[in-house]
Every structure is written in C-alpha cells, then in structure tokens.
Design a protein around this ligand. Sequence first.
Ligand code: GDP
Ligand code: ZN
Length: 388
Amino acid sequence: MLYFPGPHSYTGEDVLELHGHGGPAVMNLLLKSCLSAGARLAQPGEFTLRAYLNNKIDLVQAESVAAIIEASTHEAARCAVNSLQGHFSARIEALVSLLITLRMLIEATLDFPEDELDNLKTLQIREKLDHIVAQLEQTLAGARQGNLLQEGIRIVLAGAPNVGKSSLLNQLVEEDAAIVTEIPGTTRDTIQRTIILGGMPIHIVDTAGLRETGDIVEQKGIERTLAAIKRANLVLRLLDSSQHQPAAPDPIKQYIPDDKPQITVFNKIDLRNENPKIEEDEHNSSIHLSAKTGAGIELLRQKILHLAGWQFNHAGEGIFMARQRHLEALTLASAHLQNAQEYTENEYQLELIAEELRLAQTALSTITGQFTADDLLGEIFSHFCIGK
Ligand code: GDP
Ligand code: ZN
C-alpha cells in the first residue's frame, strides 16, 4: 500500500495505491473489497482529468499522457514526452503573452487624439505583429510534424485487378500480408498494414481492383475501395507497364478525385527490362518499379516521405505532439493574425486589429485549456483508458 498525500500526487489529491499479487482472481477480490467499502470504478481518463482540474497539468499535457500510451513509435513517444514536460504549452504561453503585450499597447493607443495617430508607426505595431506571426508559423510547423508522427498518413493502393497492388503492399511491408494470386479480383476486401518510414507511421490500404463488375461481392469491395480513397492522404495509382501503353488513358483515373494527392506507379518493369525511375511534371509524379524484384521501391519510399512534408530532425526538437484540435486552433489563430496584418496595410484600423488579436488569443488559449468548454473536456478524456 502506497500513500501519496496531496498536493504532491498525480491528481493533486490524497491518493492511496493498493498493490496486489498477480493474477486476475486476487486482483478481482481486492477490487470487490474496495467497491463494497464504498469506492467506485474510475471513468476513462478520470485521474488525468482531476490532475488537470486541480491545475497540476494543463490540457496539452493531459492529452500528451494519452499520446504517450498510444504512441506507436519511439519518436512519437519522445514527442509526447516533450509535450508532457510542457514544451508545447510553453510555446503557446509565450505566444499568448506576446499577444497580450501588443493588445495592451493598442488598447492604450485607442484613446489617442487623431493627430497623434501618425506616431503609431513609431510604436512598431506592425513589426511586433509580424514577429508574433513568424513565431506562430514556426510553432504550427512543429505541431504539424508532431501530428504526422502521432497519426501517420494513409496511403491507398488503387488499380485494376492484377496490376500488382497486393505484391506492392507485400514489398513495402516486407512480409506476406496479402494473398497474391494470378486470378483477377482476389483481393475483395481492403487490407491495412502500417509501416514505419523515417519514424512516421504509414498506413497502407490494399484494395479490391477497380473495374466494372456484375459480381455482388466484388462490387461491395469496390465500394469500400472508393471509401478508402476518400479518406486517403495519398493514392498510388498502379498500372501494369507490361500491358499498358504509356499514351493510353488510365482506366481508374475516373475513380479518383483530381485534387487527391496521387502518384502513378508503372509496375512490372522487370518484364520490360526497364530500370526504375521517377518522372515529374507539373501535374503528376510517376514512378517505374517492380513489386516483384523490389527495384524502385526505395524511390517510392523517398517520394512518399517527401510528399508527406516529412522532415524529422532526429533530436525531435521543436516537434510537439499535436492533435487535430491543436492544429485547428493554431490555424484559426493564424487566420486572425493575418486579418490583423491586413488592417495595418493602409491606415491602421486599431479597433479591428484589437478585435482580431483578442480572437487569436482566445483560439490559442483553447489549446492549453484556459477557455475550454465542458463538452470538449468530456470528449477529450473519454478517449483515455480507464486507470489513467
Ligand atoms: P493485384 O490484383 O493488383 O493485387 O495484383 P497482385 O499483386 O495479386 O499481382 C498479380 C500478378 O502479377 C501476380 O502473379 C504477381 O506475381 C504479378 N506481379 C505483381 N507485380 C509484379 C512485378 O513487378 N513483376 C512481375 N513480373 N510480376 C508481378
Ligand atoms: Zn490484390
């Protein structure tokens, strides 16, 4: 039995920890005794929620506890620890404090008589604003990278039956994850595998071949393929280069929205004794490779990392565990600051600038949790596992 008197415990409250001998039977007996003595089971994330409510940690730190538990790579875990230690929060707080200083300056100036407004330029409002914008952009870039580390990216392999989608998945995963056969239409369901490239999780979905079909089961598979394409960050459009004429239209292009990031993959170059290569034009990248021999796979891996905008510095500095929620708040704050910049373009519209700065500050404060609605708290903590 371990006793942690508040406020120096995880939650800030008095905490009693009971340790029992291993095995579910004894632990269940212990739990039952506690419950009959008047205790109740904790809600998911309740300990961390209490730590947050008792000001032991802020919201970003609370969320990074969940991120540490979920981390699928060493790098993601390290980033989450960064955030738990308060590095991300410190960045946000520094931005908020710069904003507050600038807002005070502007509010004080609002009451100036007209003729003194000319002196505003000497107050360097625009310079100060630009400085905050630059800091915010840097933080946003770090948060985007952290989000990639945490969530990874989703890649869909799409193409007609038999072009080599399952073989390419196997080649990327380096194990036999999907059945490879010579009968068209074998992969009727979607199969997902996750690989780690440069520390980032890449979720690769192998799909049913796309073609017009009367087969109901295959039709279902195709519907699932289209749904997977919708959710994907990147689509690899596979063609069999031994069958396909370079000038011929790609029969599956119609299934993939034009604005979806995509790479054309000419597979089976071994059948044409071709060397692997990558071709870029304004609208499209294509890679010539062989899923069978592995030639060109490395080009593909590099291209994927490049498209994901992935620049992981292995010290992990300036990269923060970030959830979608954080990215949205940072982006919103950035939009308000850009508005504020526009209001300085011709003459300074001080009231409007002040209002945009206030809105930017509110957006940033939702990240660390100074202004966070209860329903959002419920949403955040419900994703924790029980006992954390
Ligand atoms: P899917 O239907 O698109 O998933 O295609 P599969 O991966 O099942 O491959 C269909 C057939 O093409 C299999 O016999 C594979 O061995 C063969 N294949 C796939 N990729 C290559 C390649 O790069 N070179 C050669 N020679 N055969 C390949
Ligand atoms: Zn397949």
